[in-house]
Design a protein around this ligand. Structure first.
Ligand code: PMT
Length: 394
């Protein structure tokens, strides 16, 4: 989605400037045209040559006659699909809040109609200072999007909030903002991910091998296509995606409650989670001792979330199958009254639980069956969403 988009990347004088090199590189690799604008202070940390090498384009400076000919701040402001300032110092934030324009970056921001994302990076005391907070509040009120800095060890000493947000989070925010005009714009999508965990005692549970990758790929793809996304996730080791409301749950019952709450404003529910079918009838309060040679657990059914959840939204289910894949999936589609079901072929070692790829067949209520080759989970997510978009238009 970033291909052929023009991103003006403003870089200001912070030690976090080295991370902006990674950001510039990743945006360029994603196909974007990255026009870098550095403040004078930024050039003291890293030379423009670094960014020229990474983006293939010379950083723009309106006072430099050797700079890219024909590209001044007005041209930049017009061509920008988005402006991203990362890292943003307290100084640039104060200047923008006050409407000061005394260099290429501030002039470009003042002149642009494109959305502007600001990713602050500074010492905690500077970030928490009411002056900085007031300035950020002013910018927010004027429509700037602020990517909150992270907590952690700071180059200037100490631990606290002020580190530049993770690059993944900044890119996620860029995609979220740019997706606003895409084919899921204005739609609310709820996605479930991961394998639920049903406790046996305080340390043990019944679980499965779902990594959450498929559900997270769907949530991010829906976000990138403009949807407002809620991700209801069982425990995974995946980082929380930016621009998505994430609800963490553990058990099937908790997932049911979270889904019921999230679907109140949903257009689509996609259940990619592997929900445990059974839970222990009773959960031991203390850790079960391994004194006897055998242990019998009585299991009872968990709620069937897809069957029980009610509302006026599209329902998409998944089915991980090892035999009679299409027929079994179709049975689940009918039984759970779904609009679409995605049958996962888990006989393929590259497909299903924990893998980065999936081999699926998408089946709709009207019988339309589409078998896809082995694809990345992100590609599978987009193919599913293509079908969802088609159904939403009906
Ligand atoms: O997380 P990954 O490692 O990326 O792996 C992805 C996946 C293999 C977990 C995923 O793509 C997948 O196939 N999930 C469904 C697994 C499955 O076989 O579910 P099921 O047949 O038990 O359930 C069918 C559908 O009903 C599913 O959409 C499921 O979320 C839902 N369900 C199941 C049980 C239950 N109690 N409530 C439900 O809503």
């Amino acid at each position: 989605m970033l291909a052929n988009k023009t991103i003006v990347l403003g870089i200001t004088g912070s030690i976090a400037v080295y991370k902006a090199a990674d950001l510039a590189s990743r945006l360029t690799q994603a196909g974007a045209r990255v026009e870098v604008v550095m403040t004078e202070a930024a050039t003291r940390f890293v030379t423009p040559l670094t960014f020229r090498s990474l983006t293939g384009r010379r950083p723009i400076d309106m006072f430099d006659l050797d700079s890219e000919p024909g590209i001044g701040h007005i041209a930049l402001a017009k061509m920008a699909d988005i402006v991203v300032i990362a890292p943003a110092t307290a100084n640039i934030i104060a200047k923008l809040a006050a409407g000061i324009s005394d260099d290429t970056l501030t002039c470009t921001v003042l002149a642009t109609r494109a959305p502007v994302i600001i990713a602050p990076a500074m010492h905690t005391f500077m970030f928490q200072n009411p002056i900085t907070q007031d300035n950020l509040a002013k910018l927010r009120a004027r429509g700037f999007i602020i990517v909150e800095p992270a907590c952690g060890r700071l180059a200037s000493g100490g631990i606290g909030q002020g580190r530049l947000a993770e690059i993944e989070k900044i890119i996620g925010t860029i995609k979220q903002v740019m997706g606003k005009s895409d084919d899921l714009a204005g739609k609310c999508v709820v996605v479930t991910a991961g394998g639920t965990q049903e406790p046996i005692d305080p340390v043990r549970y019944i679980g499965n091998r779902s990594s959450g990758k498929m559900g997270y790929a769907l949530a991010k793809a829906a976000r990138d296509r403009g949807a407002t996304v809620t991700l209801v996730t069982a425990p995974t080791s995946l980082p929380e995606p930016a621009g998505i409301e994430v609800t963490h749950i553990r058990t099937a019952t908790e997932m049911k409650e979270a889904v019921a709450k999230a679907v109140s404003r949903a257009d689509v529910l996609i259940m990619a989670a592997a929900v445990a079918d059974y839970q222990s009838k009773s959960v031991a309060k203390a850790k079960i001792k391994k004194e006897s040679p055998s242990l019998t657990l009585e299991l009872v059914r968990t709620p069937d979330i897809l069957t029980e959840v009610k509302g006026n939204f599209l329902k998409v289910g998944f089915a991980a199958e090892s035999e009679d894949i299409v027929a079994n999936a179709r049975r689940k589609l009918d039984k759970k009254n779904l609009d679409l079901i995605v049958a996962n072929d888990i006989t393929d070692p590259e497909s299903g639980f924990g893998t980065d790829t999936n081999k699926v067949t998408i089946i709709s209520k009207d019988g339309k069956t589409e078998s896809l080759p082995l694809l990345s989970k992100r590609e599978v997510a987009d193919r599913i969403l293509d079908r969802v978009v088609g159904l939403l238009k009906r």
